[in-house]
Design a binder for this molecule. Structure first.
Ligand SMILES: Nc1ncnc2c1ncn2[C@@H]1O[C@H](COP(=O)(O)OP(=O)(O)OP(=O)(O)O)[C@@H](O)[C@H]1O
Length: 310
């Protein structure tokens, strides 16, 4: 349905998006995952025809969107990262305003406003001024605006950043419902692995402007199917200890995390004893140890050397 071909965007010397290829089939829910600055928003802006690619193409059902941006505008609903609403107007008035931009009028507009308010669960608060809404509620109205013209494709740019858990879970359920029950095609960007894991059929991992891996959750996890993850909480956190462990050929990767370190080692390699010896030698106290099957987050860490929220 939608595909990009060698899509690239340069801002002066900065290569924000570096020749990416991806596709979305009708009805799919696709996750675009990457840390801050990976190029997700720039990609979305190009797909939405808000900015022009430096090179490459975007095709909707085989036709170039770069040459004919109107094609995509008709079928696309975009929820930007920033709240784009008039604070001094009520939610209803905002929806009426944006509905008119979509050329909706009269009874049809009223029906659609009613329907999207229902969908985002803010029917009862529709007369309140947007400035009196919580951040999460504003975000929900932002989503309602994007859905007014019943788009075939919904693109959401980190829609749950910085909002309350209740709105977050509401938004996640809503996206799933739109995708599963109404067959809407969804492109969901996030740096929350668990959201993308929950919502998306396929995932593209982006870093430094490039797609560095893609596939279903299972396919991506198979990158580390012969490895296991060891989480070590320690006190104090010792960089010297981690450096020494990194030199061990049998340890694939060592990264600092919240309370200690995360190691990726071959399955069944029995590294715990030598890890304990090293921690003792460095005068570090181990407060907790956990051996786990690698998660998608670990795959990301393995591919990029960074955590998603670095
Ligand atoms: N208008 C611009 N001018 C110059 N550089 C830009 C512009 N927009 C983005 N960039 C740069 O391009 C790179 C990719 O940014 P982008 O916003 O697409 O990343 P992102 O993955 O969406 O990150 P975030 O989660 O922080 O939004 C960054 O290094 C950013 O500084």
């Amino acid at each position: 349905m939608l595909e990009t071909e060698l899509l690239q965007k340069k801002f002066k010397d900065q290569l924000a998006v570096d020749g990416i290829n991806f596709y979305m089939e009708k009805g799919e829910s696709i996750g675009l995952l990457g840390p801050n600055g990976a190029g997700k928003s720039t990609t979305i802006s190009m797909i939405s025809s808000l900015i022009k690619p430096t090179t490459g193409d975007i095709r909707l059902n085989g036709k170039s969107v770069v040459k004919n941006p109107q094609l995509i505008r008709e079928v696309l609903g975009v929820v930007p990262q920033e709240i784009a609403l008039y604070e001094e107007l009520s939610a209803y008035e905002n929806l009426k305003f944006f509905g008119r931009i979509y050329k909706l009028r009269g009874k049809e507009l009223e029906k659609k406003i009613h329907s999207v308010l229902n969908l985002v669960g803010l029917q009862e608060r529709q007369k309140d001024l947007v400035k009196n809404y919580s951040g999460g509620m504003q975000r929900r109205i932002n989503i309602a605006v994007a859905l007014l013209h019943e788009p075939e494709i919904l693109i959401m740019d980190e829609p749950t950043v910085g909002i309350d858990p209740q709105s977050r879970s509401y938004i996640l359920d809503m996206v799933r419902q739109l995708n599963e029950e109404r067959g809407m095609t969804v492109l969901y960007t996030s740096h929350y692995m668990e959201e993308v894991e929950k919502l998306c059929d396929r995932i593209y991992i982006m870093d430094h402007g490039k797609i560095i891996a893609s596939g279903t959750k299972e396919e991506l996890k198979s990158v580390l199917s012969n490895e296991e993850t060891i989480l070590v909480d320690m006190n104090p956190i010792s960089k010297e200890l981690m450096q020494t462990l990194e030199e061990d050929d049998e340890i694939i990767q060592v990264n600092e995390i919240d309370k200690g370190m995360k190691l990726i080692v071959p399955k069944g390699s029995n590294k715990l004893t030598s890890i304990f010896h090293q921690t003792e030698a460095f005068g570090v106290q181990v407060t907790n140890v956990n051996v786990q099957v690698p998660t998608l987050e670990d795959v990301f860490l393995h591919l990029t050397g960074r955590t998603l929220r670095d």
